[in-house]
Design a protein around this ligand. Structure first.
Ligand SMILES: [Zn+2]
Length: 266
């Protein structure tokens, strides 16, 4: 009731708290009242019984510290990425199976705790968290089990045509094409294989690739390739060692060492 009173909108006599510590309780969901404390900068709900994070968490625009460790959370809503000030995000000791790529939009993030979850890979976008100094991953299957995923649906005729248009720079006037086709062509993604130079649309190969950080740690990141032939030696033993060293150095060059000062594996 105190909390409810404190967050009642329009009550000028009670100032909303900037920090709430509700650790070790029995909350099975984030109380909706909390999501109305607009000035909240720090929220701790560790050691409760949460199974999910409400998408409305994005209403807490001032949040800098969010502690949700030790719950039963299985998924992270992409709305969590809409917290512009979030610096510390603790999600350890849950049951999280994947990280949404949108999380890379948390440009203020300094520390991300993900240890003791069920993660098998990280999205490649995690490399965009340029201010991240601390990332903990120990106790996830990704550390102890190599996961390989090479599912591939053959490209459609539209995709094959689109790939040809893009890779051969076939000129076209957008006014001559249906809007849907112009939009489709604008969605081409570049194949990350430096030797390929190709593009893909909907049909791609998902691949887990271990990338070196600081020459010390190896993070399993999700890659999307345009075809199975573009997979690297980490998932295909048939390619030469020269392509392996090339793709490795490319990855290391794209990841400045200072971005990951501390990765707690093992
Ligand atoms: Zn390719």
């Amino acid at each position: 009731p105190i909390l409810r009173a404190a967050v009642l909108k329009g009550d000028q006599n009670i100032s909303a708290p900037s920090m709430l510590r509700l650790l070790g309780n029995r909350f099975s969901e984030v109380p909706p009242e909390l999501l109305q404390v607009r000035g909240l900068r720090s929220l701790s709900l560790g050691g409760n019984r949460l199974h999910s994070i409400p998408p409305d968490i994005q209403e807490l625009r001032s949040l800098e510290f969010l502690y949700l460790g030790g719950n039963f959370i299985t998924a992270i809503p992409s709305e969590l990425a809409k917290l512009p000030s979030l610096r510390y995000l603790v999600l350890c000791d849950n049951k999280i199976q994947s990280i949404p790529p949108q999380l890379a939009q948390l440009h203020s993030l300094r520390s991300l705790s993900l240890h003791n979850n069920l993660l098998t890979y990280l999205p490649r976008e995690i490399l965009n968290l340029v201010h991240l100094e601390e990332l903990s991953l120990r106790g996830n299957p990704l550390v102890v089990r190599f996961v390989r995923d090479l599912t591939y649906n053959p490209p459609s005729l539209q995709e094959l045509a689109g790939r040809t248009v893009k890779t051969r720079n076939v000129p076209y006037a957008p006014s001559d094409l249906p809007d849907s086709l112009v939009r489709y062509l604008s969605l081409a993604s570049n194949c990350p294989n430096p030797k390929c130079g190709g593009v893909y649309f909907d049909s791609c190969v998902r691949q887990i690739k271990f990338v070196d950080f600081c020459g010390k740690y190896r993070l399993p990141l999700m890659h999307y390739l345009c075809s199975p032939e573009c997979s690297t030696p980490f998932s295909s033993a048939s390619q030469s060692s020269t392509s392996q060293s090339e793709s490795d150095s490319e990855d290391e060059a794209s990841v400045a060492a200072h971005r990951m000062q501390k990765v707690l594996l093992g």
